[in-house]
Write a protein of this length. Structure first.
Length: 216
């Protein structure tokens, strides 16, 4: 596939700041919590997304968030070591989990709703080590047979790389701290918390490079 095919087309009619800034892509910060590292066999247990918008001053900032608790798909693997890290009990009777297909359809509906007024043609996943989140998202889409996925299938923005350039840090907790935010270890490994912190980090990096972009 050519480089041109990997990019979203940019139309002159696009006037929103976010469409102009990211060439027709709408960044959506995503974090997943899983039952292991293999997207083909291990369960998707949580998925969270944070939207971003430019404010009146021209700075990018978080603007809304969504979180879905997911039932392990039938036959999925649950690595005890991974569950110990996340603290998730997939079968807790009070866990308000839904099927992964329902979770993805609900998320994609929110993404399309957010994307429609922007003039963007595709959502692009932003994540810390984004390939991990994107591959779990794509695997769940394939398992559930969802046809309308608003996310680009292979392009993503990786905040581990961006933070390495901007702050010299690639670990999320250290990068968030270097960006000027407080990191709370006891809240880590919740999809919503990690997505929120990743969103703040992403916005900080984008805003830091605003002068470079504006002066290009």
């Amino acid at each position: 596939m050519s480089h041109e095919e990997a990019e979203a087309p940019v139309h002159e009619a696009q006037t929103s700041p976010i469409a102009s800034r990211f060439r027709g892509f709408m960044p959506v910060i995503v974090d997943v919590e899983t039952g292991g590292f293999n997207c083909a066999t291990d369960a998707l247990l949580e998925i969270a997304a944070v939207f971003v918008r430019f404010n009146a001053a021209g700075d990018l900032e978080p603007s809304g968030q969504h979180r879905y608790i997911v039932k392990p798909f039938e036959g999925s693997r649950l690595d005890p070591a991974s569950l110990q890290v996340t603290g998730i009990d997939p079968f807790h009777p009070l866990r308000p989990a839904i099927d992964e297909g329902d979770a993805l359809r609900a998320l994609f509906q929110e993404v399309r709703k957010e994307m429609k007024p922007t003039g963007c043609t595709r959502a692009v996943l932003v994540g810390h080590n984004s390939f991990f989140d994107l591959q779990f998202l794509n695997a769940a889409v394939e398992r559930t047979g969802i046809k309308r996925n608003p996310f680009h299938p292979f392009s993503s923005f990786d905040t581990a790389t961006l933070a390495g350039v901007a702050f010299g840090q690639t670990v999320l907790s250290r990068a968030v701290t270097a960006a000027g935010f407080e990191w709370q270890d006891e809240k880590a490994h919740s999809a919503l918390y990690d997505a929120d912190m990743t969103a703040r980090l992403f916005c900080t990096v984008v805003n830091r490079f605003r002068a470079v972009y504006d002066g290009r």
